[in-house]
Design a protein around this ligand. Structure first.
Ligand SMILES: [Fe+2]
Length: 338
């Protein structure tokens, strides 16, 4: 196998290092609320804008994320909230260095520190390397035999504050192609439901736990349960930037509706999990050299598409800021389980 294109970004992990999963509630900033929705200036100066579908996803060329002012970064958060996912092409982001990368994403909030995944030597767990090769394996080899490998989720929602404007960029694409990332709109999935059904959902809350499928696969059931951090969030939240209701389901992390009996919870969640991944609300992002994806985790869920061959290298970096604690879309209907 050829040498990696970005050897400085290979994942490392000092022995014994394991920060806590817990992040106590804090007052968070939402930069997207500062943007003027009528005049997104970053889209003016020669940018090429293409919607991936009318419902979700916008591809943008002609803007360098690394060169944006705070006003521009506010607009990125606003547009990501509105469109679910933004795909910035031809970026220099992968080559601007750790400090500058961190400075840009940190603008949106305190950075998530991944408790188990590796980070580039000399940096910290705010840098989450997503890495596959012949030695490290890939998502299929990690999860073992299954018919399919969709793993729709929102990242790390088991804390009171949840991830917001997330940056995910490519360092090396599998040689044969593949390794796309799929996104689905949580706001469009909500809007497609009947008024009568929305009425039911508006009162419910979901139990989120860090003892998720992925975490259990990484560290084992015993350790995942022992270290589990849990919280509840409304099932329908009011998006802090767009103010739209959003179906805040999370198949790998939120698997129990508070107050429901097991069969009621399992069946309602199965319906919602089948519903929200529909092609009606989703899109696939194909990675190119220089692509940076920015998405809002309260507006879109995502799934990897591990369709590249075993042994191929795929090298990515993700950085997550925390936003506000999700609020119920309809406080008058919401039954607070706590
Ligand atoms: Fe994820």
């Amino acid at each position: 196998m050829a040498n990696p294109l970005y050897p400085d970004y290979l994942p490392t992990r000092p022995d014994g290092y394991s920060p806590t999963l817990d992040v106590p509630l804090f007052e968070a900033d939402e930069p997207g609320t500062r943007a003027d929705p009528t005049t997104p200036s970053i889209l003016k100066a020669g940018a090429t804008i293409t919607n991936i579908t009318p419902i979700i996803g916008t591809e943008i060329r002609g803007i360098q994320l690394s060169k944006l002012t705070h006003t521009g970064l506010d607009e990125v958060a606003f547009l990501a909230a509105q469109r679910g996912v933004l795909v910035f092409r031809e970026q220099d982001f992968a080559d601007i260095g750790f400090e500058k990368q961190k400075e840009v994403v940190k603008y949106y909030g305190p950075l998530h520190k991944h408790p188990t995944m590796g980070y580039p030597a000399g940096t910290g767990p705010e840098f989450h390397v997503v890495y596959a090769d012949e030695k490290a394996g890939n998502l299929r080899t990690l999860l073992g035999p299954h018919t399919t490998y969709d793993l729709w989720h929102v990242d790390q929602t088991f804390t009171p504050n949840v991830p917001s404007t997330t940056f995910f960029w490519v360092l090396e694409i599998p040689a044969s192609g593949g390794g796309d990332t799929a996104f689905t709109s949580l706001t469009a999935a909500y809007e497609a439901l009947s008024p009568a059904f929305r009425e039911l959902l508006g009162g419910l809350s979901l139990y989120h736990t860090s003892a998720s499928v992925g975490e259990v696969a990484r560290v084992g059931m015993e350790r995942a349960l022992k270290e589990a951090v849990n919280t509840t969030h409304p099932l329908v939240i009011r998006h802090p930037v767009t103010r739209k209701p959003s179906l805040f389901v999370n198949p790998t992390i939120a698997r129990k509706i508070e107050g429901f009996l097991p069969e009621e919870s399992d069946n309602l969640l199965k319906f919602l999990h089948d519903h929200f991944r529909s092609l009606d609300f989703s899109c696939r992002v194909k990675w190119e050299k220089g692509t940076v994806v920015v998405w809002d985790q309260r507006a879109a869920a995502h799934s990897a598409v591990p369709d590249f061959a075993d042994g191929e290298r795929r090298h990515m970096l993700r950085m997550i800021p925390y936003g506000t604690k999700p609020q119920p879309a309809f406080p008058e209907k919401f039954i607070d389980s706590k």
